[in-house]
Design a protein around this ligand. Structure first.
Ligand SMILES: Cc1ncc(COP(=O)(O)O)c(C=O)c1O
Length: 410
C-alpha cells in the first residue's frame, strides 16, 4: 500500500483504506444518503475546531460564525450552542439564524446593497446592522421611525490598511465594503443626532490568511483605529468586531495557521485595548476556519477513460456543485484541492496519476488535475476534502440541470 500525501494531514480518519466521516465508512455513508453527489459535514470536527479556538484565543474574545461559509440549517443549529454570535449577509441567512436560539443582539448583518426589506426585517428582529454606507444610515433611521423601534447599529469601517497576504483583501484603498475611516467621524456625528442605538465598530479586513503575523498586525492596527474613532463615538463602544481572516490550507505546500501564535499576540494586545475601550466586548468573526476542514464533497466515478495516455475519472459531481474545487472561485492559477478515492485511499502499489472531471461540457469542469490517486474504478467514490465552506452555496448548481446535491451533518 502506498500512502498518498497531498497537503496537511487529513482531518478524517481512515479505516480499512476508507475515509471515515462522522464515524461512518464513506461507502456506508453513501448508502445511507442513497445518492451521490453529496456534501457531508462532521459535527465532531466542527465542535473540536471551536474547542481549539477557545483554547487558543483569550477567554474574553467573543467568537462569531459568519454563516455565509456554510449556511446549512443543521450546521448553523449545531453552532448556535457553541459560538457567541452569528453574522449574516442577507434576509435568507437572517431567517436561518433566527430559527436558532441565538439572541438577536448577538447577530449582526454585514454586506453592501442591503435592500429596504432586509433592513426592515433586521430592525424588526432586533439584530445589529453593520452600516456599510451613508445611504444605509438614512434608510435605517427612517425605518426605525416608521416601525417605532430604535435600530441597533454598528459602523463598518474600511480602514486605511489591508490584511497582508490574504486570499481576499476586503479593506485598504478603495473598497465597496464599509465606510472609509476618514469619513467615519462625520457619520458618527450624524448618528449622535439620530434615534439609533450605536453599539460599536465592525472592521473586517480580509479572508483566507495563513500567516499569523499578518493577522496579528491587522488586529493591532484595528484596535488602534477603533480607539481613535471611539473619541468621536456618540456612546461608549460596547462592541468591537475585529474581523477574522483565519485561513485553512487547501493546496500542496500550504501550512496550517499558527493559531496559538495569533492567540498569544492578541492576549498581549488586549490589556491596552481594554483601557482604551473599557466597555467593549471584542469579537472575532470566522467562517471557513470553523467549518472548512469538517466537510467533504463525495461523488461517484461514472466512467474511467483513457485519452492518449491520460486517465480521466469522470464523475457525477463537478464544477456546478463545487466551484471552488474546480478553481473557478477566485483562483488565479488553478491548484488541486486535496482529493482522494474515498473507498481506496491508499494505492495498491504505485498510485495512478488521474484527473477527476465532471459531467459538464466545459474543460473547466475539473475537480483534480493529474493527481496521484488510489486505483479507482467505475462506482468508486471520490472525496474532495476541505469542502465544508464555500461549497454548495457558492456553486452554480443549476448549470446544466443536474439535481442539487444533498447535504448531511453526521
Ligand atoms: C464580513 C465578512 N465576515 C466574515 C467573512 C468570512 O470569511 P472566512 O470564511 O474566510 O472566515 C467574510 C468573507 O467574505 C466577510 O465578508
Amino acid at each position: 500500500m502506498t500512502t498518498i500525501r497531498h497537503t496537511a494531514p487529513l482531518a478524517f480518519p481512515i479505516s480499512n483504506n476508507q475515509l471515515m466521516i462522522g464515524g461512518f465508512l464513506a461507502s456506508r455513508l453513501a448508502e445511507r444518503v442513497g445518492r451521490t453527489p453529496f456534501y457531508a459535514y462532521d459535527r465532531n470536527l466542527v465542535s473540536a475546531r471551536i474547542a481549539q479556538l477557545r483554547a487558543a484565543l483569550p477567554p474574553e474574545i467573543q467568537l462569531h460564525y459568519a454563516i455565509k461559509a456554510n449556511p446549512m440549517p443543521a450546521v448553523v443549529q449545531h453552532l448556535a450552542g457553541l459560538v457567541d454570535g452569528f453574522d449574516v449577509a442577507s434576509g435568507g441567512e437572517l431567517k436561518t439564524v433566527l430559527d436558532t436560539p441565538m439572541p438577536p443582539d448577538q447577530i449582526s448583518f454585514a454586506g453592501p446593497a442591503k435592500s429596504l426589506t432586509e433592513l426592515r426585517q433586521a430592525i424588526a428582529a432586533g439584530i445589529v446592522i453593520n452600516l456599510e454606507s451613508e445611504r444605509e444610515l438614512r434608510a435605517v433611521t427612517e425605518i426605525g421611525v416608521a416601525l417605532g423601534i430604535q435600530p441597533r447599529i454598528a459602523v463598518r469601517v474600511n480602514p486605511d490598511f489591508e490584511l497582508k497576504s490574504s486570499g481576499m483583501k476586503m479593506s485598504g484603498g478603495a473598497k465597496q465594503f464599509g465606510i472609509d475611516a476618514e469619513r467615519v467621524p462625520a457619520v458618527l456625528a450624524a448618528i449622535k443626532t439620530l434615534d439609533l442605538d450605536f453599539v460599536g465598530f465592525h472592521i473586517f479586513s480580509g479572508s483566507q490568511n495563513l500567516r499569523a503575523e499578518a493577522i496579528s498586525e491587522a488586529q493591532e492596527k484595528t484596535l488602534a483605529l477603533a480607539a481613535r474613532l471611539a473619541h468621536d463615538a456618540p456612546a461608549p463602544v460596547r462592541s468591537l468586531n475585529l474581523g477574522g481572516g483565519f485561513g485553512i490550507p487547501y493546496f500542496p505546500g500550504e501550512q496550517p495557521l499558527d493559531l496559538v501564535a495569533v492567540g498569544e499576540r492578541l492576549a498581549e494586545l488586549l490589556p491596552a485595548a481594554r483601557r482604551e475601550l473599557p466597555t467593549a466586548e471584542f469579537i472575532i468573526e470566522l467562517g471557513r476556519f470553523i467549518v472548512g476542514e469538517a466537510g467533504v464533497y463525495l461523488c461517484r466515478v461514472v466512467d474511467r477513460k483513457l485519452s492518449r495516455g491520460q486517465v480521466f475519472l469522470v464523475t457525477d459531481g463537478g464544477l456546478h456543485q463545487h466551484l471552488a474545487a474546480s478553481g473557478n472561485f477566485g483562483q488565479v492559477i488553478r491548484k488541486n484541492y486535496p482529493v482522494v478515492v474515498a473507498n481506496r485511499v491508499s494505492a495498491d502499489g504505485e498510485p495512478v496519476t488521474a484527473s477527476v472531471v465532471g459531467p459538464l461540457c466545459t474543460p473547466l469542469d475539473v475537480l483534480a488535475d493529474k493527481m496521484p490517486l488510489g486505483h479507482a474504478q467505475e462506482g468508486d467514490l471520490i472525496a474532495v476534502l476541505q469542502s465544508g465552506a464555500y461549497g454548495l452555496t457558492a456553486s452554480p448548481v443549476d448549470f446544466l440541470g443536474h439535481p442539487t446535491p444533498t447535504e448531511i451533518l453526521v
